[in-house]
Write a protein that binds this ligand. Sequence first.
Ligand SMILES: *Cc1c(COP(=O)(O)O)cnc(C)c1O
Length: 413
Amino acid sequence: MYLENHKSWKDWKWQLKNRITTIEEVEKVLDCNFNEDKKKVLKKTIEKFPLSITPYYLSLVDASDYDNDPVFKQAFPQVKELEVCRADIEDPLGEEDDSPIKGITHRYPDRVLFHVSNVCAMYCRHCTRKRKVGDKEYNPMKEDYEAGFKYIESHHEVRDVLLSGGDPFLLSNDLIDYLLERLSKIPHVELIRIGTRTPVVLPYRITEELVDVLSKYKNLWINTHFNHPKEITEEAIEALDKLAGCGIPLGNQSVLLANVNDCPRIMKKLVHKLTANRVRPYYLYQCDLSEGLEHFRTSIGRGIEIMESLRGHTSGLAVPTYVIDAPGGGGKIPVMPNYLMSWSTNKAILRNYEGVITTYEEPNEYAQIACDLECRTCHLQLKLDKKDNIKSIGIEKLLSDNSEIITLTPIEE
Ligand SMILES: *Cc1c(COP(=O)(O)O)cnc(C)c1O
């Protein structure tokens, strides 16, 4: 490729400055010509959602077979992107509805999503936040950050803050340091997570200086987003090694994408490469219902088939949780093959990954424990802090002995 020998290739700012943003540039780099009619439509897709590929990420594309290339498919639009189908939703996860203030999504009891950046190094064609990303009107400003801190400070139940975006690692080291420092000063924030795709699309961003900043924070976790084993290059491995080397636990969230990684063997290869590089596969997402993503969506059955091919067949550490993020803001729902086949009063029938059917006898003596949620008098010796939340909701509440509620009734529209 024509740029790879450039003296600044490994400079992440050079990579950003030289992002490929037009169809013509892609043609030049891949030495190909798209048909003129198709080009007209492709241009419409990038008016709707910008094209932006780092030279590094584009260099991973096999120019002789780009149409089938998993990197190309994630970075370059398809004509089908303009098709909005019946099931599509602009904000499929209801993030706006769960947003008490701009930049914060608070859906779960004890954790929030804090959108601290609105830009990415590469715009993934399968992005679930297409509606927002690259939106000039929503670039967080200092006031937005302060409002976010204020919200978190005044919500004592928030013990886990996920920095997301856009990509937080496109912010400057100083700003990242500032955000982490501010959050670290909030006593009830026990844990900070950063979601970033830079190890995949811009591994040179993981500089010594950045790692020096990150390693100051001992409660920091990083989740990245590898979708295909091809993305785990020498450069990516080096970036992961730098992050893991300073003690940051690493996770990975993949999205199941039709014709990209919807294959048990590809997924197995991916999770093996991840674990070999100290990255724990965390989630495998069913592709969301964002507008124009139908061509990326698989059946749920395909996801279950992939999970079936992993559990038992390979290290448990390499098996992610397969989740569907419920349309309309219900949050992540795990789905998996059925292992519990049947059940009697004191016996469960289970099957393993090989199809062996087995029985598990339950103890005769396990008496129902009537819990009154008075942990102070319980013999299990739980030392509760004042801030510990022992209120139960949802199915947990239905199961609780302490609840008068015996049904959950949907709210009328
Ligand atoms: C995914 C997500 C989280 C984090 O969920 P975990 O299951 O704890 O990783 C938090 N808030 C929102 C809005 C999310 O979408």
